[in-house]
Ligand binder design. Structure first.
Ligand code: ARG
Length: 474
């Protein structure tokens, strides 16, 4: 290796050598195949770094201009497909630096002054992740808008509510979807928390112990829109907490999507027919012509395991690492990228799937009527007429047995049949146990009654106005 002004990509930096390192070692060690994903962030970080170096008179303004211009060039050329990322380089950092040096000679060699790949990669990954936290919030916000739209249109779409997958009490589709609205709302607030905690800049921490140059870390942090610099250089180069937190939040999002998918799959079955997925979001069978499969929902449910895997994998990678940087940490990238791309895809597809599905209101209402979902209300009727609850519970139990025997619903019984079991029943029992009454009487906040539901919808509309996508970016 000799320094010269006419360096080729391969001899520009020893880290780009492929001849002296055993080829298998090089391949095993190299990260370029995946860390090229953050070439933009790598270049943005470098631009901020040299801008700070010039401000601190560590390099001249002219040198900074040459480097910044060429870095911008390199970035644009990669974006435009005019510059191919050389896969024989060890990583994206060495590729960008080597290309810069190849084009600007000795000036380019000043880029890495006061910096290590350890704080560089910590920065790149943080910048990349920060962008993805924002992206994820955009997608979740859109999903919330879709859910709210469905809620607004279905405040009187009656359906059975289930416990143990057994029909329990009647509610509405608005109420059922409202449960998921709350879940994804919490997911968004987790993203906001993560953004807030992670938004400190590790650049300037050097390999582990800072540098001897008079860097202005607060300035670099400001240029890159961080709240400020991180406060311990060893922690800065070896902190992957924010990735673990993000993977945890992504896992929770997947858990919610997976539960929702499971319900969509069940509701879409021939037995339920509560909903019908749009053809554009269903797939056929290669052998059975009658089939329309809910593959999207099943894939979302299936991919949940993969995202959990990323979380557990990174937790395990990190658990035994001494301070500060260790190469193990390079393992954070592929699985995090995969988890992020997976979750983003799932949110988008799920959103489109529920937005286009047809809702069979009649089937839902009929199902709610046929499962004694009004038995609690029948008992409450007796209580309101002076029967102690425990006795009322027993009387309705008898009624249900009677109905099961005759294959009818409570609503189908004649008044004489009611009164044969308890004389307390009067003509108004029918109204008291109608589906509409059962739902409408439940009007405490959070319950499915139309008034309560409308209140909650209004609150959630206000929430979406107050918290537009990525509002945590200050
Ligand atoms: N590819 C490395 C990673 O992802 C970059 C940091 C390399 N640092 C080092 N000391 N080898 O972690």
């Amino acid at each position: 290796y000799t320094a010269s002004n006419t360096l080729s990509l391969h001899d520009a930096l020893p880290i780009c050598f492929t001849k002296e390192t055993n080829q298998l070692v090089h391949n095993f060690n190299a990260s370029i195949s995946f860390d090229q994903k953050f070439f933009k962030q790598d270049i943005d970080g470098s631009i901020a770094h040299v801008t700070m170096l010039a401000k601190q008179h560590i390099i001249t303004d002219d040198e900074k201009d040459v480097i910044v211009n060429e870095l911008k060039n390199i970035k644009q050329q990669i974006i435009d497909g005019k510059l191919e990322i050389d896969q024989s380089c060890e990583d994206i950092h060495s590729f960008v630096e080597a290309t810069l040096i190849e084009r600007t000679g000795d000036v380019g060699k000043k880029l890495h002054t006061g910096r290590s790949r350890n704080d560089q990669v910590a920065l790149d990954m943080k910048l990349y992740t920060r962008d993805e936290v924002i992206e994820t919030d955009h997608l979740l916000t859109h999903l919330l808008e879709t859910i709210l739209k469905i809620m607004e249109a279905n405040t009187d779409t009656y359906m059975p509510g289930f416990t143990h997958l057994q029909k329990a009490q009647p509610l509405t589709l608005a109420h059922h979807f409202g449960a998921y609205f709350e879940m994804f709302k919490r997911d968004r607030s987790r993203l906001a928390d993560i953004y807030d905690r992670m938004n400190y800049c590790p650049l300037g921490s050097g390999a582990l112990a800072g540098t001897t140059y008079p860097l202005d870390r607060a300035y670099t942090a400001e240029l890159l829109h961080f709240y400020g610099p991180t406060l311990n250089s060893m922690d800065s180069v070896s902190d992957r907490d924010y990735l673990i937190e993000f993977l945890s939040a992504l896992s929770t999002i997947m858990m919610h999507l997976s539960r929702f998918s499971e319900e969509i799959i069940v509701w879409n079955t021939n037995e339920y027919q509560f909903i019908e997925l749009d053809d554009a979001y269903s797939t056929g069978s290669s052998i059975m012509p009658q089939k329309k499969n809910p593959d999207i929902a099943e894939l979302v449910r299936g991919k949940t395991g993969r995202v959990y895997g990323a979380l557990v994998s990174l937790l395990t990678t990190m658990k035994g690492l001494p301070l500060a940087y260790n190469k193990d940490m390079q393992e954070d990238k592929e699985l995090t990228f995969d988890a992020i791309d997976t979750v983003k895809g799932c949110i988008q597809l799920f959103d489109g799937m529920i937005d286009t599905m047809r809702i069979n209101k009649d089937k839902m209402a009929k199902s709610a009527m046929n499962g004694f979902t009004n038995a609690t209300d029948a008992a409450d009727y007796l209580v309101k007429h002076g029967v102690p609850f425990r006795d009322a519970h027993g009387i309705i139990g008898q009624l249900v047995l009677y109905c099961i025997d005759k294959g009818i619903a409570l609503d189908d019984m004649s008044l004489e049949e009611f009164q044969a079991i308890s004389p307390v029943f009067k003509e108004d029992i029918y109204d008291a146990i109608s589906l509409k009454t059962c739902v409408e009487m439940r009007n405490t906040i959070g319950a499915p009654g139309i008034d309560a539901m409308k209140q909650v919808i209004a609150l959630n509309e206000a929430y979406l106005k107050e918290h537009p996508a990525a509002d945590f970016v200050k």
